[in-house]
Design a protein around this ligand. Sequence first.
Ligand SMILES: C[S@@+](CC[C@H](N)C(=O)[O-])C[C@H]1O[C@@H](n2cnc3c(N)ncnc32)[C@H](O)[C@@H]1O
Length: 291
Amino acid sequence: MSLDVPQADVESTEDALLAAGAVSVSLEELGDEPILEPGPGETPLWQKVRVAGLFEEGVSPAEIMAILHQHLRPALLGDFDYQVIEDTDWVRQTQADFAAACYGDGLWVVPHWETPPADAKAVVRIDPGLAFGTGQHGTTALCLGWLDRQALQGLNILDVGCGSGILALGALVKGAEMAWGTDIDPQALKASADNAQLNGIGTDRFSLGQPEELPVEARFDILIANILAQPLIDLAGELAPHLKPGGRFALSGILNHQAEAVAAQWMAQGLVIDAIDSLGDWSLVQGHRPH
Ligand SMILES: C[S@@+](CC[C@H](N)C(=O)[O-])C[C@H]1O[C@@H](n2cnc3c(N)ncnc32)[C@H](O)[C@@H]1O
C-alpha cells in the first residue's frame, strides 16, 4: 500500500502504516529530484515522497485504510495505491541484479555466488551491501576501466571514498602492492574490510580509515577518488600532495558539465590533466604529477 505525500507528512504517514500493521515501510522518489550523496547519518527527502508499506499476505486494503483514517487527515489519503506482490525467490532475484561484469579489457567484478570466467585476467570479488560500489554505476565503471588500463604491478594506491573497496581491491588484484582506502562513512569502511576478506587480502596490503587517519606524509603512485565534484574541488589542495612525482590520478563522481572546473582546481596544484573521459552523464578526469 503506498501513499504519495508532501515531505512534511512523511513521518506521520510512516507511523500510520506501521500502526496499520506494515512489516516494513520504504520511501521512494516521485519526481526527478536526485539526491546524490547524503552525508553519514543524513536522510534528506524529496519534496513529494511515495511512502510504501509492505503487509503480510491476507490483510485487506479496506482494513488498512480504516486504520489509516484514524491516524491521518483525509487529504493525505486521496493519493493511494496498492498492489498484491506475488511470492517469488527474492534471493535469486536480488542476485540476478548483480551479475558478474567485465571492465576494460579483463578486470572482472564477480559476486561470491558466481564463478569467474576461466579466461578472466583479474578478478575482484565484491558482494553488494550497504556501501556504494558494485561497478554498475557509471562513475565506478569509468574508474575500473581506467584502472584496467594502468600498469599497477608493485605500486601503491590511495582510494579516496573507497565505499565497498571495489577500486582499491581492483588495483590490488591487478598487482598493486598496497592500498589505502579512506571514507567518511563507517559503514563503507566495514564493507571494504569485508570485501578485502572475500578477496583474501589482509590488512598488510589494504589499510582503511577515516580521511584524517591517512598520514599527511604518505605518498602514492596512484590516486583515485570517486566522490563528487564539489568535494574534489575543495579537497584538491589536501589530496594532490599525496601523489608522488610521476604518479597518476583519476577523479570521478563528476557530472560532465563540472569536469572543467575540477580539472582546473587540480591543475592549480601543479598536476597535469591528460584526458577527460565520459560515460553517459558522468566524467572521469585523469592526469599525472610531472617528475
Ligand atoms: C560514489 S561513492 C564511491 C565508492 C567506490 N569508490 C566506487 O567507486 O564505487 C563515494 C564514497 O565517498 C565517500 N566520501 C564522500 N565524501 C568523502 C570525503 N570527503 N572523504 C572520503 N570519503 C568521502 C562516501 O561515503 C562514499 O562511500
